[in-house]
Write a protein that binds this ligand. Structure first.
Ligand code: GDP
Length: 409
């Protein structure tokens, strides 16, 4: 397990992934989130939805209703990267809250049920994510279910979401016998077992070798059609090296021109590990997305040394007091700093700065550009408020852009 247990260590903006998980109710968002937090060491016991012990669901009301109503941001470390998971409610009645969460995300994982494929709510949050220019990867979950079929689910992604799917894994085993995946980039097999906290990496099983080669070829051909550098290599060789392929997948993801598709099962203990690797590999860090702007066109870069600017995206009445969830876009905040609520023209004092892990909150001495934290002590700022350095005021516009993502070629 590569979880870094020093949970408070400072990660540079390039190492941060601010991530949302989008899904139709019941596709497995809560379970996938749990597995991510478990694997990334943020929780030491696994929550199970049916036991009512999941740790992303903060509110008793949510536990009773079994749906995620209120967004909560949780933070974990994976392979030296900080992954901030912003929970986006999937329930259709709460789409305002989905939109608010989408403002502060840099990337998202769309979770699909391997039997149902694309469902109406996924389609609507997918369109919202389009509007906010959020780069996405797709995770086809529940591969262990009777009737699960990756190809059918992928076809529904192509048809209903009208995006080119780039399938980077081949499942090993079907339904109950689903045992792992062939990673088509590294051409290695990853096999895990239900109820066992192990994953075995090895060569592609003989019986799947031809199919794996065929699918790798298909992936290369599809990427070559979309990506000039990949095409160049494809024509010269003709094949695409894994580093070029991987860079092209990231590029296409950031431009929103295609979607990388992985598959798995949150019921397999280590089943979301390749998903975490894909999050780090393909989804953007804060400096990869355009800087936020105010109405006058002032920009704030994702630079810890720039004047502070942040957006309040959720206020949570916790038993211990008011917690203000803040996306820091630029600059650095420390405990005791006086900041300006620019819209309300009121100053606020930053109290304790907390990183919300799944089952506890830990204090950190500062938060820097690109990060997401919860701040205590802020008295009146509401969701949607801009907090900024008093000497450099601005009111952030919702960062909705037509062409949201920068090329990283
Ligand atoms: P959410 O509504 O999207 O948050 O979905 P949940 O995580 O609550 O999952 C919905 C149901 O699907 C629950 O009963 C889960 O136990 C079940 N589930 C989640 N992941 C898997 C999976 O990989 N395989 C199977 N068979 N069931 C799953």
């Amino acid at each position: 397990m590569r979880a870094d247990l020093n949970r408070n260590h400072l990660v540079p903006p390039t190492g941060i992934r601010n991530l949302g998980i989008l899904a139709h109710v019941d596709a497995g968002k809560t379970t996938v989130t749990e597995r991510i937090l478990y694997l990334a060491g943020a929780v030491h016991r696994r929550g199970e939805v049916h036991e009512g012990t999941t740790v992303t669901d903060f509110d008793p009301l949510e536990r009773d209703r079994g749906i995620t109503i209120f967004a909560a941001a949780v933070s974990c470390l994976w392979d030296g990267h900080r992954i901030n998971l912003i929970d986006t409610p999937g329930h259709v009645d709460f789409s305002d809250e989905v939109e608010r969460s989408l403002r502060v995300l840099d990337g998202a994982v769309a979770v699909f049920d391997a039997v149902a494929g694309v469902e109406p709510q996924t389609e609507s949050v997918w369109r919202q994510a389009d509007r906010y220019g959020v780069p996405r990867i797709a995770f086809v979950n529940k591969m262990d279910r009777a009737g699960a079929d990756l190809d059918t689910a992928v076809e529904s992604i192509r048809r209903r979401l009208r995006i080119v799917p780039l399938v980077v894994q081949l499942p090993i085993g079907r339904e109950d016998g689903f045992a792992g995946v062939v990673d088509l980039l590294r051409m290695r097999a990853l096999v895990w077992e239900a109820g066992r906290d192990t994953v075995t990496e090895g060569p592609v099983p003989e019986a799947l070798a031809d199919e794996a080669r065929r699918r790798r070829r298909l992936l290369e051909e599809t990427v070559a059609e979309l990506h000039p550098a990949a095409l160049e290599e494809f024509c010269a060789r003709p094949e695409i090296s894994t580093p070029t392929l991987s860079a092209a997948l990231r590029d296409l993801t950031l431009r929103g021109e295609a979607v990388v598709v992985l598959c798995g099962s949150a019921y397999r203990d280590r089943g979301v590990e390749p998903l975490l690797d894909a999050v780090v590999a393909y989804l953007p860090a804060p400096p990869d997305v355009p800087p936020v702007r105010d109405g006058a066109g002032q920009e704030r870069p994702a630079d810890p040394a720039a004047p502070f600017a942040g957006l309040v995206f959720k206020v949570h009445a916790a038993p211990t007091g008011r917690l203000t969830y803040l996306r820091v876009y630029s600059g650095t905040i420390r405990r005791g700093d006086v900041v300006l609520d620019a819209g309300a023209r009121r100053t606020e004092r930053i109290g304790r700065i907390l990183r919300v892990q799944a089952d506890r909150r830990t204090e950190t001495d500062r938060a820097t550009a690109g990060d997401i934290v919860a701040v205590a002590g802020v008295k009146a700022a509401r969701a949607g408020a801009t907090l900024c350095a008093p000497g450099a005021p601005l009111v952030l516009e919702p960062p909705v852009t037509a062409s949201p993502v920068v090329s990283v070629a």
